[in-house]
Design a protein around this ligand. Structure first.
Ligand code: TRP
Length: 346
C-alpha cells in the first residue's frame, strides 16, 4: 500500500454561531492536532447551501465562523484556514465523486434521512450528495486524518469507500501516470477527547444544537460572562447530590452532561471531577462549573467581537488560506483529470 504523509483536514458549516458542543467536541481536538500535524481547517460554505441560506446572512456567517476558529486558538500561521468555495477543486472533485459513489451507498446515510425529514422529495439534491462533497474536501488534499464528532463517522466511512473505489476503478491509469498502487489514502476519523458529545442544558438526552429553539439549551461562543453564568444556573439537573464515581452517573443524563463539560473544560477525567465534587449538591457544583466556563470561554467571545469588527482582516486571512489550499489541491485535481482521462489546460 502506498504510504501517504500524515495530513489533517476538518471543517465546520458556515451557519453562524458556534456553541460549546462544537468547542469541546471538535475544536479542542483541532487545537491539539495543530501542534503536531499539518492541518487544514475549512469553513464549509458549499455544504451550508445544501439547505436554504439567506444570502444577506451567509457572508457574515462565513466570517463569524472564521473569527471563531481564530479566537479559539487556530493559528493561520500554523494551519491553513480558508472557506471551501474559494478553492474550485472541492466542487470539481465532488463531481467526479458523484460519478464514483453509488446511489445505494448514499441511500444509507442516516444524516440525510434526519435532515430531509418526512418531505424527502423536496430536499435539495445537494443535501443528498453532501457526503460526496465531504469526501472531496478531504481527498483534494489527500488528507489522512479527520477529527470529527461521532455523528460524522458514517460520512467518513463513505469517504473511505469512495477513495477505495476510485483507486480500484482507475488502478491501471493510476499506475500508468506514475502514482503507484493507490492515488487516494483511506482517511481515518479521529474521535477523541473527554466530551465528544455535549448535550442540551435543558434535556440531557439531546445533543446541544444551534437549531434547538431555547437559547438556554446551549452556551454560544459569543455569550458574555453574565450570560454563561445565567445559563448554567438555569441548567436542568436532578435533585440528588453528585456521585463519587462515574458509575453513579448512569441514568442521570443532566448530571453526566454537566460533569462531562466540567471535565472537558478543566482537562480532567470525569472520575477526577467526581473525586473532588462527589457528594456535593448542584447548588455548589454549578457555580464552580460556571466560573470555570467563564474563565475559559469569556476571553474567546471577547476576541471574537474584536475580530468581527474588522471584516477586511478576516477576508485577508481567508484569501491567504485559499491560496495555500489551492497550491495543494490544484495538482491533486490535475492528476485526477489525467487519471480519469479528462483533457486539461497545461
Ligand atoms: N459534515 C461535517 C459536519 O457537519 C462538516 C464537514 C464538511 C467536514 N466537510 C468536512 C468535516 C470534511 C470533516 C472533513 O460536521
Amino acid at each position: 500500500m502506498t504510504d501517504f504523509p500524515e495530513r489533517v483536514f476538518s471543517g465546520m458549516q458556515a451557519t453562524g454561531n458556534l456553541h460549546l458542543g462544537n468547542y469541546l467536541g471538535a475544536m479542542l481536538n483541532w487545537l491539539r492536532m495543530q501542534e503536531t500535524h499539518d492541518c487544514i481547517y475549512c469553513v464549509v460554505d458549499l455544504h451550508a447551501i445544501t439547505v436554504w441560506q439567506d444570502p444577506q446572512a451567509l457572508a457574515g456567517n462565513i466570517r463569524e465562523v472564521t473569527a471563531a476558529y481564530i479566537a479559539c486558538g487556530l493559528d493561520p500561521e500554523k494551519s491553513i484556514i480558508f472557506n471551501q468555495s474559494q478553492v474550485s477543486a472541492h466542487a470539481e472533485l465532488a463531481w467526479v465523486f458523484n460519478c464514483v459513489a453509488r446511489l445505494g451507498w448514499l441511500n444509507r446515510m442516516t444524516q440525510f434521512k434526519e435532515k430531509a425529514g418526512k418531505d424527502r422529495e423536496n430536499a435539495s439534491i445537494g443535501l443528498f450528495v453532501y457526503p460526496n462533497l465531504m469526501a472531496a474536501d478531504i481527498l483534494a488534499y489527500r488528507a489522512t486524518h479527520v477529527p470529527v464528532g461521532e455523528d460524522q463517522k458514517q460520512h467518513l466511512e463513505l469517504s473511505r469507500d469512495i477513495a477505495q473505489k476510485f483507486n480500484n476503478d482507475f488502478a491501471a491509469s493510476i499506475a500508468a501516470h506514475g502514482h503507484g498502487e493507490a492515488f487516494f489514502p483511506l482517511p481515518k476519523p479521529m474521535i477523541t477527547g473527554p466530551a465528544t458529545r455535549v448535550m442540551s442544558l435543558r434535556d440531557g438526552t439531546r445533543k446541544m444544537s444551534k437549531s434547538e429553539p431555547s437559547e438556554y439549551s446551549r452556551i454560544d461562543m459569543t455569550d458574555d460572562a453574565d450570560t454563561i453564568a445565567q445559563k448554567f444556573r438555569k441548567a436542568r439537573t436532578d435533585p440528588e447530590p453528585l456521585p463519587s464515581e462515574p458509575d453513579g452517573l448512569k441514568d442521570r443524563p443532566e448530571a453526566e452532561n454537566l460533569v462531562g463539560i466540567y471535565a472537558a473544560l478543566a482537562g480532567m477525567t470525569k472520575a477526577d471531577v467526581l473525586k473532588e465534587y462527589g457528594g456535593a449538591q448542584f447548588s455548589a457544583f454549578k457555580p464552580a462549573l460556571s466560573d470555570l466556563a467563564v474563565a475559559r470561554l469569556a476571553p474567546i467571545s471577547t476576541e471574537m467581537t474584536r475580530l468581527k469588527s474588522d471584516p477586511a482582516h478576516i477576508d485577508g486571512i481567508l484569501a491567504d488560506g485559499a491560496a495555500r489550499a489551492e497550491a495543494i489541491a490544484k495538482p491533486v485535481m490535475d492528476a485526477v483529470k489525467d487519471i480519469v482521462g479528462l483533457l486539461r489546460t497545461r
